[in-house]
Write a protein that binds this ligand. Structure first.
Ligand SMILES: [Zn+2]
Length: 408
């Protein structure tokens, strides 16, 4: 009697491991949970200045606040834990009882410095703080603000919090119900549901899959904007899109690190881990479930992952590619895609940095786990919105044209 159960049990173990098979990388990075310094949610009040500063909203980050003189304050901004990259993210709400000119000095721990030009949210819109109001002195940054009793947000980047990503995703589904299918596939360690957008024309069997990822790193919203434009271009009602979805399908993950986004983290998730170093052993729930979902999906549909694009932001636009091409399903894709982008984007020169994915990053995982083309699609922190739209659109169009070409 015992044997059939044992057999079934071992089958289940093998089967479930099969969907999250570990992938080895040359440089192992420990991605087990780390402690983070929780940011205390509060509204600071400087009584004699009659100024309020608050971090009581999604995506906020300010750890302390100290009056320097009548019109100046020091704001302390700390990372969630260390070691961490210098992506000194901040976001706070500020207002005063009566109108006043006010100076805010940014104070980061010693090894970090000011990276992001402040974005201001007031009167229901975001603007970039005028450079005349940014003062750089002795490696420190101060900004000049005009305060009044209506709160404004000062943030490293425009805030695209979890709810805004979910609402964008759902709207996309509602407006394009024939192609876009919104769903949840798991949950983060703080139990936020992980969303997915499946783009297909109904048929999913035997169609190759392109995977799109973004927001592993919370402040990298310019990458998220490129991801949005890329998708908008794929689903445009035109002949190219129609032909494309006759042969291919997309799995798009619009927010891989929702906890980090909500907590105003510089880079890590709620467990203090860079999820883009976890694509080997999947110690983090967010990555483990994503890997499992992708692997199971392609198996069920008898399809293959052929391309994985992971949208991020850094100092400038750059594509991080894998040196290894010959073993991928599309050995010529990268160079032809870049040529296509350059041919269609006037005066644009693709910057490519290619390497061996020694660390467990997603682009290496696409290569090693699926023989797919893996690319980290980086948009500059300061790349203007119209340029992000252009690169997102052209990159998507060129990908579709190339894939239809290759197959013919
Ligand atoms: Zn990144």
């Amino acid at each position: 009697m015992k044997r059939p159960f044992q057999l079934l049990f071992s089958f289940l173990i093998i089967y479930s491991c099969g969907n999250t098979k570990h992938v080895s990388f040359e440089n192992y990075i420990d991605t087990t949970d780390k402690l983070i310094n929780e940011q205390k949610k509060q509204t600071f009040y400087s009584e004699d200045q009659e100024v309020f500063v608050s971090n009581e909203f999604s995506g906020a980050r300010i750890n302390d606040f100290e009056k320097i003189n009548d019109s100046t304050v020091r704001v302390v901004i700390n990372p969630e834990n260390e070691p961490i990259n210098n992506s000194a993210y901040y976001a706070f709400k500020i207002w005063s009882k009566s109108p006043k000119t006010y100076y805010v000095n940014f104070d980061y721990p010693e090894e970090y410095n000011h990276r992001y030009i402040p974005k201001i949210y007031k009167n229901n819109s975001w603007t970039i703080l005028d450079s005349l109001n940014i003062i750089e002195q002795n490696n420190k940054t101060s900004i000049k603000l005009s305060l009044n009793n209506s709160p404004q947000i000062v943030a490293a980047q425009q805030i695209e919090d979890y709810n805004s990503v979910i609402s964008w995703s759902k709207t996309l589904d509602e407006k394009n119900s024939n192609l876009v299918h919104f769903d949840y596939y798991g949950e983060s360690s703080e139990k936020r549901k992980l969303p997915i957008l499946k783009l297909n024309n109904g048929g999913t069997k035997n169609k190759d899959v392109i995977v799109l990822l973004t927001r592993q790193h919370p402040p990298e919203v310019t990458g998220y904007y490129a991801f949005q434009h890329f998708i908008n271009s794929l689903i445009k009602e035109n002949n190219l899109s129609k032909q494309f979805f006759d042969k291919y399908q997309i799995l798009a993950f619009p927010i891989l690190n929702p906890d980090g986004v909500e907590k105003g983290h510089w880079r890590h998730n709620a467990n203090g881990v860079d999820t883009n170093r976890d694509w080997s052993r999947y110690n983090q729930k967010e990555i483990k479930q994503t890997v499992k979902y992708i692997n199971k999906y392609v198996k069920k549909n008898h399809s293959r992952v052929i391309i994985g694009l992971d949208f991020h932001s850094t100092w400038y636009d750059v594509f991080y590619t894998n040196k290894e091409r010959a073993s991928t399903t599309l050995p010529n894709f990268v160079s032809e895609w870049f040529e296509g982008i350059e041919a269609n984007y006037p005066n644009y020169k693709v910057k490519e940095a290619s390497g061996n994915s020694l660390k467990p990053v997603s682009k290496g995982w696409f290569l090693k786990a699926h023989n797919a083309v893996g690319i980290t699609f980086e948009i500059g922190d300061k790349t203007p919105k119209e340029n992000i739209e252009l690169i997102g659109n052209i990159a998507a169009t060129q990908m579709m044209e190339l894939l239809l070409d290759t197959k013919n």
